[in-house]
Ligand binder design. Structure first.
Ligand code: COA
Length: 170
């Protein structure tokens, strides 16, 4: 079942410690979802619990990526290793894109590391095109309150969600 997270899901998003460093980031994403700025989707299987996630930023200061009405930014997309390559990521992405179309959005945007060739191909095979490159520097505060700096040169990608219905307008 694909659904939005509840506050009680937050510990499960740490995946047994692998993502504890994102505790505050996920808490913030959850808080932002309560005021309609994010949509944190997960796949929740009855026997396994949460096996994947894909978060959506509906609005942000950088309107090129998310502008609250037409463009939405996808981030934190991952499927647990044991479940990768079985179609779960495709199902989750399709479901999130359909939900965004229903909300009136025309474009999805995302960033993918230049080192992550498999993921870039995954997106290209699903209609995403590279529109820019960037240095990929971002900061977050980890679960111990320490500010971390990540430098991960990335491709910026986008996809028009409504090609068949009407031309995409930015
Ligand atoms: C990328 C990811 C979300 C795709 O989900 P998935 O459930 O494995 O993908 P599906 O089974 O629906 O589809 C398989 C496709 O994913 C690609 N893929 C990307 N990374 C993969 C991985 N680690 N294992 C298996 N397939 C992977 C396959 O090449 C295949 O591509 P194709 O169908 O276009 O030929 C998932 O593999 C993952 O979590 N990877 C690690 C984290 C990551 O890279 N996230 C993206 C950050 S931008």
């Amino acid at each position: 079942m694909i659904r939005l997270i509840k506050s009680s899901d937050l510990p499960a998003l740490e995946w047994d410690g692998a993502y504890s460093h994102f505790r505050q980031v996920y808490r913030e994403v959850y808080e932002q979802s309560r005021i309609g700025r994010t949509l944190p989707w997960v796949i929740d299987l009855p026997s396994e619990g949460i096996i994947g996630q894909l978060f959506v930023q509906l609005d942000s200061q950088n309107k090129r990526f998310a502008d609250g009405s037409s463009r939405a930014y996808l981030f934190s997309f991952r499927i647990k290793p044991k479940f990768q390559g079985q179609g779960w990521g495709t199902r989750l992405l399709s479901s999130v894109e359909k939900d965004l179309i229903d909300r009136g959005f025309h474009w999805t945007t995302l960033k993918v590391s230049k080192l992550n060739e498999l993921a870039r191909q995954f997106y290209e095979h699903r209609g995403y095109a590279i529109i820019a490159e960037e240095q990929g520097e971002w900061r977050y505060v980890d679960h111990q309150g320490i500010q971390r700096v990540v430098i991960d040169p990335s491709y910026c990608m986008e996809k028009c969600l409504v090609k068949e219905k009407s031309p995409c307008e930015t």
